[in-house]
Design a binder for this molecule. Structure first.
Ligand code: 13P
Length: 236
């Protein structure tokens, strides 16, 4: 069964997020779809949504504290208010745009692991590494597991090649299967693919050997497209 996750990044408002989540919840209910669906709204749009057990709301990011003096950050006190127990860690935009180091990411991972959160942990290589070949790609990706307890029971991995994120360039099936099979041989955890996944390619990608679902940005922000993505993968 596929895991389909939507990363809102810096999109949607409180109002549009609430209507998106309600619509997806009704869609899952009326079509009796049992896929695991996760939505990561912006921090300002988190709330106590009442959803089916297979529709989970997660945080895109939070600081590794319960509360304290960390201007601009969230801790578990703020997430507990909405019973949020799922978090995205290691996303390439946080690594490369916001400058989070592997050390900071590992600390965050450890903290949220200690709190029992479901962690969707992202890895992926930039273009110049991909161009250096599969061995270099795997070497780079494995370094992103430094300090990460890969045996954690509540771990979902997401392989998102940086060059495929938001670019419209999806990795080829061959790119995906070679990296996925190598990671899966080392770490037997659910492994999602992310990077320019859309309505038209999600089924083919999620049906590939070693792919357990998708983490989707751009193509998931339109609720009709996201419904179609869920529909296209519901029988996998
Ligand atoms: P796009 O689907 O926009 O390429 O983004 C992928 C992603 O970064 C999801 O976390």
């Amino acid at each position: 069964m596929s895991i389909i996750a939507s990363n809102f990044k810096t999109n949607h408002t409180r109002k549009s997020t609430a209507s998106f989540i309600n619509e997806i919840n009704s869609f899952l209910k009326s079509n009796e779809i049992t896929s695991e669906v996760i939505v990561f709204p912006t921090a300002t749009s988190l709330d106590s949504f009442s959803t089916l057990p297979n529709l989970t709301i997660g945080a895109q990011n939070a600081y590794p504290v319960e509360k304290g003096s960390f201007t601009g950050e969230l801790g578990t006190v703020q997430l507990d208010e909405f019973s949020i127990k799922t978090i995205l860690i290691g996303h390439s935009e946080r690594r490369h745009v916001l400058g989070e180091s592997q050390d900071e990411i590992a600390k965050k991972y450890d903290f949220y692991k200690s709190k029992g959160y479901k962690i969707v942990y992202c890895i992926g290589e930039p273009l110049e590494v991909k161009e250096a070949g599969l061995d270099k790609t795997l070497e780079y990706v494995y370094e992103q597991f430094d300090g990460i307890d890969v045996n954690y029971e509540n771990l979902i991995l997401a392989y998102e090649p940086v060059w495929a994120i938001g670019t419209g360039v999806t990795a080829t099936n061959e790119d995906i299967t070679s990296v996925h099979s190598a990671i899966k041989a080392k770490i037997p955890k659910p492994l999602l693919y992310g990077g320019s996944v859309k309505v038209g390619n999600v089924k083919e990608i999620c049906a590939l050997e070693g792919v357990d679902g998708a983490l989707i940005g751009t193509a998931s922000w339109d609720v009709e497209d996201f419904k179609q993505i869920i529909e296209n993968t519901k029988d996998l």
